[in-house]
Design a protein around this ligand. Sequence first.
Ligand SMILES: *[C@@H]1O[C@H](CO)[C@@H](O)[C@H](O)[C@H]1NC(C)=O
Ligand SMILES: *[C@@H]1O[C@H](CO)[C@@H](O)[C@H](O)[C@H]1NC(C)=O
Ligand SMILES: *[C@@H]1O[C@H](CO)[C@@H](O)[C@H](O)[C@H]1NC(C)=O
Ligand SMILES: *[C@@H]1O[C@H](CO)[C@@H](O)[C@H](O)[C@H]1NC(C)=O
Length: 352
Amino acid sequence: MHHRFWHLILVSITPYAQGIPNPSNCKDVEIPVPVSVPRFNIDVVVEDEWDTAALTSNLTRRDAGNTTSPLPIAGMTPAPTPSNFTVAATLCGSGCTVLILTHGIIESKLYWHPNFKGADRYSFIDATIAAGYSVLSYDRIGVGSSSKVEGLFDAQFQVETAVLGYLTAYARGTMAAKKVALVGHSYGAYLSAGSANHSAVDAVVLTGFSGIFDYFAPFVAGAGLRVAKLQDPKRWRSLDSTYLTSSDLFAETYIASEPFAIGELLSLLASYNGFHGVTAPILVLQGQFDVSACGSNCVDILDEETLRKKVFKTAKSIELFNDLPAGHNLNLHKVAPRAFELLFQFLKGHGI
Ligand SMILES: *[C@@H]1O[C@H](CO)[C@@H](O)[C@H](O)[C@H]1NC(C)=O
Ligand SMILES: *[C@@H]1O[C@H](CO)[C@@H](O)[C@H](O)[C@H]1NC(C)=O
Ligand SMILES: *[C@@H]1O[C@H](CO)[C@@H](O)[C@H](O)[C@H]1NC(C)=O
Ligand SMILES: *[C@@H]1O[C@H](CO)[C@@H](O)[C@H](O)[C@H]1NC(C)=O
């Protein structure tokens, strides 16, 4: 509150860009983000639904990613590629610890503050402000109100990790954060861990995450991927044809679902070898029935020892809940308020 920045936030409550009211105490900003990192040369042509069917078949092969069926990536650019992006973010609260929220694929930042009737108890942002923390929640590049970017060349894991690194510096600088915790869901959990792998933060909280890719195929096959701009030309005309969405309305019942780019998945698969550079304390909160993380049953396959060995060798500590009664989108299940409590207990336990 003593920072002038927070005073400004408190007096200038702006309505949400799409007419969805923010929780009080929030404001929307556009943050210019320069990024300069090498890019993967992704060698995929996806123009229509036959191509997405072929891609799905290729990515769900039992030997996908092995030498007998390599990822369609022809190396990396020799030099970093400089870009300027605009990131649409919502800033909330007046605490000096900032939680930076990174949503998953087929979502936008609305995941952290859903707008369906009766959504209050599922709003992580509301719970976080009530617990005395501040929030920086943002749309990934390519998604929501952030810059539209090229789906193979720009929307890549290491580019988005660098964006998150920049936002972390923004939280420490512009928001005057004394402590920063990264909270990520699904692909956003990988981005959070990937960012903490390179630059120190005070804590990392991951949901929809196992660090294991053994169950990637049922998720990809089950999503029924479609070209977003063909599926809903009115909404997604401005995205190139490598942005995909799910086939089915039921997958979109609770949140305004957003497409994701093929480059995001392929660059993650190509980069991932664990996050053995993370030193912060880690909390993993898992719905037991998560398909993509655990093949619909996290119990028995996900434990702290496995996480330490395979994913986070250098983490200060690892805490895990692997049996919350939920599927992948933890925050949209009835257990959400309890999950939020566990998260705040973890932070407090680490003096955050
Ligand atoms: C799928 O794999 C086949 C065989 O390697 C390749 O010819 C084709 O271009 C791939 N299609 C897509 C869309 O990835
Ligand atoms: C992938 O390659 C490794 C190393 O050659 C081999 O051990 C493994 O069985 C292969 N997996 C599949 C699914 O083909
Ligand atoms: C990014 O913005 C900076 C500052 O305005 C400018 O100097 C630079 O040329 C821009 N880079 C690209 C790749 O557009
Ligand atoms: C994480 O950091 C470790 C150690 O610096 C490095 O070997 C690894 O490649 C990094 N992982 C990712 C996904 O960037």
